[in-house]
Each structure stands twice: as C-alpha cells, then as structure tokens.
Design a protein around this ligand. Structure first.
Ligand SMILES: Nc1ncnc2c1ncn2[C@@H]1O[C@H](COP(=O)(O)OP(=O)(O)OP(=O)(O)O)[C@@H](O)[C@H]1O
Length: 262
C-alpha cells in the first residue's frame, strides 16, 4: 500500500499491531505498582537518549548507552516478578492451554482442585468483620511469597474457618500482622508485609490497610483487610483497595482466582 511518500507493507501493519499488544500487556502488568514508575523513568531516559543521539552529542550518547545497557540488566532483576507473571499470562491465555485435553495435561484441572476454598475465606472475613476483629489475610496466586512467609511464623496447616478465626482471635499470639494462604493451606501467620507509600490514600487508612495494599502492589496476591476500628472488609488487588461486603468479596475472589464471570 502507498500513502503519499510512505510505502506500507503488511508486515509493518502486523509489527504495529504486535507492539501495541505488547505495550498493552506491559501496561496491564505494571499498572498501579511501583514498577510502573520505574518503567516510566526508564522510558523517559530512553526518549532523552534518542534526542541526544539525534542532535549528535556523542559523549552524552555513549554515557546514556552504557547506562541503559546496565539498566536493562537491572530492569530484569527489578521486574522478575512482572516478567514471570507476563509469561504465565501468555501461557494461560493461549487457546492450547484453554483446551480441556491440554489443560488436563498441563495440570490446570489439578490446580483448580487444589485451589484455596474461597468460601471459607469469605466466611472468616464475615465473622471477623461482625466481631470487629482486625487482620490481614493474603491469598497467594502465582508470585513467590517466601520472603513474606519467612518474616512470620510457619503454620502450614489445612485451611479451616476455626483455624483462621483462632489465629486472629484477641488472645492469639499470632494475631498481629498477616496470615498467608496458598492452595488451601495456611502457610504462615504473624507476617510482615510491605507498606504502600502512596500519598493519595485516605487519611483514615492506617498501617494495616497500607500493608494490605502494599502486598497487592508488589505481587499478584490478594489481601483481605478487616478493620478493627469499624469492622469493614477491604479487598486489595493489583495495587487497588476498596471496601466490599462478604458477598462481593467471594464474588471478586472467584473472578480473580477461578476466572468466573458473574
Ligand atoms: N507491615 C505490616 N505487615 C502486616 N501487618 C501490619 C503491618 N503494619 C501494621 N500491621 C498490622 O496493623 C495493625 C495496626 O493497624 P492500624 O490501626 O495502624 O491500621 P488501620 O489501617 O487503621 O487498621 P484498623 O482499621 O484495623 O485500625 C498492627 O497491629 C498490625 O497487626
């Protein structure tokens, strides 16, 4: 195709479409997280580098080239969780992986059977909410949470309502901090989470809510925060936190973990 002086081949169109998809997925992955600011910073330096190169400032171009070369390695280290998530997303969204036969072969069925019973989690949140018992329940997805698990006390017990309510009861020695759950097991309690630093958070959000938000920014896990002050349940996913009812909580969890559309 010829537009004025431009000759556009079908490969150019394909190229643009693929780059658009790639940028969209990268945006989806880093949206709302600390990583998005790092990504933006790197992009700005790259734009600056292009300008400097076009003007012909050789020394600065070399310095920026060197900086970006080292920066690329730093980015891989910094974004390892996001890169892992991106590859998992690609793997999961292919029609091959969605095919029932292949899904069985890849163990997706097994994954669903091993999944955390979300009803138990929302029931516990409801009970804690009605009793004004504060706490954070973290549900692990694909990202590794071992460093947060190690910050607390290992429990490694089958998830049950009694067990989780007991952990957060006022007489428990483990009620401070967060409980981390993965594949139907309470991995640890009394865990320390990263604190979200955003200045745009409501002033009534204390450290508990900031910690719930922080873990959802840093990883793909979900944090349920029950307020000791007002009994409200908040759900933090993908660097966003909102107040939910127990019914909404279960629905949102099913949507996030089991891809159920209601
Ligand atoms: N980094 C952290 N990781 C996990 N839990 C934390 C962390 N920092 C604080 N907490 C928990 O938050 C509790 C303090 O909550 P604080 O009152 O400051 O928060 P809040 O958001 O106002 O919650 P609430 O509405 O329940 O009062 C601590 O006792 C502790 O259990």
């Amino acid at each position: 195709m010829q537009i004025s002086f431009l000759e556009i081949k079908w490969t150019d169109v394909l190229d643009v479409v693929l780059v658009t998809f790639l940028l969209y997925y990268i945006y989806k992955l880093v949206k709302g997280s600390v990583a998005s600011r790092v990504f933006l910073g790197y992009l700005l330096i790259y734009l600056f580098y292009l300008i400097v190169k076009a003007i012909g400032l050789e020394l600065l171009t070399r310095i920026l080239e060197y900086f970006m070369g080292v920066g690329a390695i730093a980015l891989i280290v910094l974004f390892q969780q996001e890169i892992r998530r991106f590859l998992l997303m690609v793997g999961k969204s292919t029609s091959l992986a969605n095919n029932q036969v292949f899904a069985k072969l890849l163990g997706n069925q097994l994954e669903k059977e091993n999944a955390t019973p979300l009803k138990i989690v929302s029931d516990v949140a409801k009970t804690m909410s009605s009793e004004f018992t504060g706490g954070i329940i973290v549900l692990q997805k694909d990202d590794d949470l071992s460093k947060f698990i190690e910050s607390g006390d290992i429990v490694d017990a089958v998830l049950s309502k009694k067990m989780l309510v007991t952990i957060f009861s006022q007489y428990s020695l483990l009620n401070d901090g967060a409980a981390i759950i993965n594949k139907g097991r309470i991995k640890a309690a009394h865990c320390i989470l990263p604190i979200a630093s955003g200045d745009d958070l409501p002033s009534n959000y204390g450290f508990r809510h900031r910690a719930a938000l922080g873990i959802s920014e840093a990883t793909d896990s979900v944090a349920i925060c029950i307020s000791e002050e007002n009994g409200k349940i908040s759900l933090a996913i993908d660097g966003n936190i909102k107040i939910v009812s127990a019914v909404e909580l279960e629905r949102e969890l099913r949507r996030y973990f089991l891809n159920e559309i209601q």
